[in-house]
Design a protein around this ligand. Structure first.
Ligand code: PLP
Length: 284
């Protein structure tokens, strides 16, 4: 049946190995993101076979599908208060930016007889989740530390997400400085300082990630071998992990410029076309 999407897990496993080693060379451990495949356990297994030990998804329902996968599982966004019960059940780690939520997790952990690891987020300009105020973040770390069932696992930041603000050396240095401040306030070292996604790989390869930032949350680069700031393929990766197969229902040579009066597209914008002469156009 067409259209069909073929997913070559061995190729994704190969990419995972290559990207993991690339990152390891810069002191970065990789957490593999499964949300692009809705938390498919097969994808998680390919990441694990490629050498990862941490798996994450943006939906608790997807993490539930990974119940039988042996790995440290992260919810890579702050949870809703209404999903804390499932969060504690299906995730080991989560990204947090509100103490009310962390307290609720602590309570739920007591109920379920479990522990949960907290990564406190710092907003470095993307206006996504996280504390803008350093003192507030430090106070949150100190309070998290005092709660009995949650562990302060680390800090992190989310860039190139909501406002597409990119990671840069200055922002990474601020995150590393924050690590020291939080470690001093908490009285122990942090295991994780999660500084980026596939859009931070280019900066990493240019030597722009300072010591103290030691984790990336990666999806696209493992799946397609692509970093996401200049959209270049990473050395040694494959870009054929996903193949979309379709049946061509029409193939004719036509002008590339439409004729008539243009309306608006599906998003309410007026389309702009360039004349590339006559082209063979395939309809699928
Ligand atoms: C989706 C997501 C990622 C992975 O982003 P890629 O660009 O696919 O590497 C990382 N962090 C968070 C919080 C995400 O939601």
């Amino acid at each position: 049946m067409y259209p069909r999407l073929k997913i070559y897990l061995k190729r994704i496993e190969e990419n995972t190995r290559v990207v993991r080693q690339l990152c390891a060379g810069h002191g970065i451990r990789v957490m593999g993101v499964t949300k692009a495949c809705c938390g498919a356990p097969e994808l998680a297994e390919a990441y694990l076979a490629g050498g990862l030990a941490m798996i994450g998804d943006s939906r608790v329902a997807n993490l539930k599908k990974l119940e039988n996968i042996e790995a440290e599982k992260w919810l890579i966004r702050p949870p809703m208060l209404s999903e804390i019960e499932d969060l504690v059940c299906y995730a080991d780690v989560s990204l947090q930016s509100e103490m009310e939520t962390v307290r609720a997790i602590n309570k739920e952990c007591e109920k379920q007889g479990k522990c949960h690891k907290i990564i406190l987020m710092m907003d470095l300009g993307d206006i996504r989740e996280g504390y803008v105020d350093e003192e507030e973040l430090i106070a949150a770390a100190v309070e998290t530390e005092k709660l009995s069932r949650v562990d302060l696992y680390g800090i992190g930041t989310n860039l190139t997400c909501f406002s597409f603000i990119q990671a840069d050396e200055e922002k990474m240095e601020r995150l590393a400085e924050m690590r020291k401040k939080v470690e001093n306030a908490a009285g122990h070292t942090l295991e994780i300082v999660s500084g980026g996604n596939s859009a931070a790989l280019d900066l990493m390869m240019r030597g722009g990630i300072c010591e103290g930032v030691d984790n990336f949350r990666l999806g696209e680069s493992l799946l397609f071998g692509k970093e996401r700031s200049r959209y270049t393929f990473l050395p040694g990766t494959r870009n054929d992990g996903f193949i979309l197969e379709c049946e061509v229902v029409e193939a004719k040579v036509k002008p590339s410029l439409p004729w008539g009066t243009a309306g608006v597209d599906s998003y309410g914008r007026k389309p702009v076309f360039t004349n590339r002469g006559e082209k063979r156009k395939k309809v699928i």
